[in-house]
Design a protein around this ligand. Structure first.
Ligand code: C2E
Ligand code: MG
Ligand code: MG
Length: 407
């Protein structure tokens, strides 16, 4: 959507600063710009069905309802608007507001320090287009399904792994792929995991999906090995599954039945595993490791894992959460978490994988920081199994400048 079709709202208490932003938008080609002097006015406009808003440019420090409260309320009314924060406050404070905004489920296009200039503003407005394209992609909306529909889909064998490659940063070589569950729905298209994982977990039925994923992923990895591609496949386990003391034996049998040795498979568990059924989880993880599986701690940095837990559970891989990776080039606090996670991995002799590598700048920074592996849209989006071998054969390792072939 071009800028002259977008509807803007400028929420700013200073009359002069507000009219400066309005003029800037005008100069950039905006045709529909509304103004509000504080959060109350801004919310009234947002709730008005006759004045649809696409992008709010919002000051944080306003009398009455400040920017923080406004953003919270925006989240509560589930408004689909995107937000640009303009602020003169210090960087650290702004960074926590950024995190807060995302936690409230608001699409944040970015933060600009005052004074604004048209170039910065134009760049952030451009991001709106990218988010709209992403929203329009299959599987990124969250249709709601009943448990019965999901179970019916499982019964009809409609679930399958999509694969996303994991690449060595230093050499560009493919290390393996993560298997991500997708539902090939008969008339809703490709459905992403957030539409079914939680519901299956709530009803204690996640193991049915786990079995499908293990079986299909092991069979795929077997075909890659036969085709001469040295690769591992990573499968996500729900913390719930780790409560069953027979899990390790079941998983091992399923994988062996497909002709795959456990050393070719990595099992990913999130940090929250450390908070439930600790004894059983530890027993299962130790046994799985003994059988030869790789163990990965997923979304590292978002939960509760401590150094002690990492050493206690013999993890072989640490996957740094995408929020720290994607933001590390822009946000000092994210970079600190990224660097310290890499440091922990190095000291414990665990392989570090960065997920959510979206840009050349992310890639370059990770190389510079000595991270071992990368996964993310910059390398390839998750793809259907049939496309994976061709992708792998066509993949060109990056040149020394870090330029990679387009995916
Ligand atoms: P995860 O294991 O952390 O997987 C990474 C998620 O990040 C995937 O989302 C992937 O598509 C997405 N992603 C990859 N690269 C990028 C990037 O560059 N930028 C951004 N913004 N995102 C990227 P997906 O496929 O929607 O899966 C979401 C979560 O669902 C997974 O997070 C995992 O926790 C869970 N999940 C997926 N498959 C299974 C499964 O078979 N069993 C269980 N229990 N959970 C699963
Ligand atoms: Mg994962
Ligand atoms: Mg993850």
């Amino acid at each position: 959507m071009s800028i002259n079709n977008l509807h803007f709202l400028v929420a700013e208490d200073h009359d002069f600063q507000r009219s400066t932003v309005v003029r800037m938008l005008d100069g950039l080609g905006a045709k529909s710009v509304h103004e509000a002097a504080d959060g109350h006015d801004a919310l009234t406009i947002i709730r008005d069905p006759d004045r649809p808003i696409d992008i709010v440019i919002c000051d944080l420090d306003m009398p009455g309802m400040d920017g923080m409260e406004f953003i919270r309320r925006l989240g509560e009314c589930e408004s689909p608007v995107s937000v640009i924060i303009a602020s003169a406050l210090e960087r650290n404070l702004i960074a926590s507001v950024e995190t807060m905004t995302e936690a409230y489920g608001i699409q944040l296009l970015g933060v600009v320090e005052k004074p604004l200039n048209p170039a910065k503003l134009g760049l952030l407005i451009e991001r709106h287009k990218a988010t709209q394209t992403r929203r329009d992609q299959p599987g990124t909306t969250a249709p709601s399904f009943t448990l019965e529909e999901i179970v019916e889909g499982l019964r009809n064998d409609e679930f399958e792994p999509f694969l996303q490659p994991k690449v060595e940063l230093a050499t560009g070589k493919i290390k393996g792929a993560e298997a991500l569950a997708r539902w090939r729905h008969p008339y809703r298209g490709i459905v992403a995991p957030h539409a079914f994982i939680g519901r299956l977990e709530d009803k204690g039925m996640i193991d049915t999906l786990m079995e499908v994923m293990l079986r299909k992923s092991a069979a795929l990895c077997r075909t890659w090995l036969s085709a001469g591609l040295q690769a591992t496949v990573s499968v996500n386990l729900s913390p719930q599954s780790l409560g069953d003391v027979h899990l390790a034996d079941r998983v091992t049998q399923l994988v062996l039945d497909q002709g795959l040795e456990p050393r070719h498979m990595v099992l990913e568990v999130t940090e929250s595993v450390a908070t439930t059924n600790v004894g059983r989880a530890l027993e299962n993880l130790a046994r799985l490791r003994m059988k030869g599986f790789g163990l990965s701690i997923d979304d590292y940095g978002t939960g509760y894992a401590s150094m002690q837990q990492l050493t206690r559970i013999a993890f072989t891989e640490l996957k740094i959460d995408q929020s720290f990776v994607t933001n590390a080039t822009k946000q000092a606090s994210a970079r600190v978490v990224l660097e310290s996670s890499l440091d922990i991995a190095r000291k414990l002799n665990i392989t570090a994988v960065a997920e959510g590598v979206e840009t050349q700048a992310d890639w370059n920074l990770l190389r510079q920081l000595g991270c071992a592996f990368a996964q993310g849209y910059f390398i390839a989006r998750p793809m259907e199994a049939g496309a994976y071998l061709d992708w792998a054969r066509g993949w060109k390792p990056p040149d020394p400048q870090g330029t990679v072939s387009p995916s």
